[in-house]
Design a protein around this ligand. Structure first.
Ligand code: NAD
Length: 257
């Protein structure tokens, strides 16, 4: 019997992509899992496919009353809340000078405010249950800058900071809070990108949603001595090593200098 048997998990943005892979991974851990998303058709289909202790609830992460309803449903269906995965996110293009105000605000609203609202709403339930874990899905864009992605980069650094603040504030309630930082992963979000994006990485391919889900599962279930911590799953994109491993760069700047 898993330590989470008889308890519930909520995965935001769980209808597709990385979130759907996380739903599959957590469902194997004895948790009752709520897919919480604005994409009803895909979420209902996934819940039907997985059956058993997986269900769908409509959630817009920016709506406080949605959070209240979804968390209540999770607890009444599957038992005390144990796990919240703040995975829902959106990406919009635009550099700092040209990004439109409503777009900048909307990206922050979903990626950052929505995650804070989730933590704010779930923390009392997790505390009442004797503790639990929150995993925030940030990005390599929360560890470094990318040009043309001003709102997204800002939101993902913010989420990394929110993780530290929440880890400190919620530790007395027995709640761990960590961030996971994926690199380029093959999901609908990256459908328009070709392989040139990943060609310079030490592992020169897109990651799969299951590879991120394995990390999130590890953080949620196994990493019992980690809080406020950052877990990177990026094919080596943030090592900087790609610069030294291209043949011309290696000639100009041999490794070791
Ligand atoms: N795919 C990548 O390369 C990559 C890399 C780094 C980080 N991430 C992050 O991983 C997370 C998942 O991304 P993905 O690639 O699976 O994207 P995706 O677009 O495939 O899935 C995102 C999900 O979030 C849901 N969502 C969007 N806005 C919402 C809202 N307001 N309320 C509730 N749900 C909402 C969508 O409906 C969708 O099901 C995101 O936070 C993303 O920023 C993705």
């Amino acid at each position: 019997m898993s330590k989470y048997t008889g308890r519930s998990a909520v995965v935001t943005g769980g209808a597709r992509g990385i979130g759907a892979a996380v739903v599959r991974a957590l469902a194997k851990e004895g948790l009752g899992v709520v897919i919480a998303d604005i994409r009803e058709a895909e979420g209902v289909r996934l819940a039907y496919e997985l059956g058993g202790d997986v269900s769908f609830q409509h959630l817009d992460v920016t709506m406080e009353h949605d959070w209240t309803r979804v968390l209540e449903a999770a607890e009444s269906e599957y038992g005390p809340l144990a796990v919240l995965i703040n995975n829902a996110g959106i990406l919009d293009l635009g550099g700092v000078a040209e990004v439109h105000r409503p777009i900048f605000r909307h990206v922050l609203d979903v990626n950052l405010y929505g995650s804070w609202l989730g933590i704010h709403s779930a923390a009392p339930l997790l505390a009442r249950a004797g503790g639990g874990v929150i995993v925030n899905v940030s990005s390599t864009a929360g560890l470094m800058g990318y040009s043309g992605l001003a709102a997204y980069v800002t939101s993902k650094w913010g989420l990394r900071g929110l993780t530290k603040a929440a880890a400190l504030d919620l530790a007395p309630s027995g709640i761990r809070v960590c961030s996971v930082h994926p690199g380029p992963i093959r999901t609908p979000m990256t459908a328009g990108l070709d392989d040139s994006v990943v060609a310079g990485q030490p592992i020169p391919r897109f990651g799969e949603p299951d590879e991120v889900a394995a990390m999130i599962r590890f953080v949620a279930i196994e990493a019992t001595y980690s809080t406020g911590s950052e877990f990177v799953v990026d094919g080596g994109a943030t090592t900087g090593a790609a610069i030294l491993t291209t043949p011309s760069a290696a000639t100009d700047f041999p490794v070791g200098l």
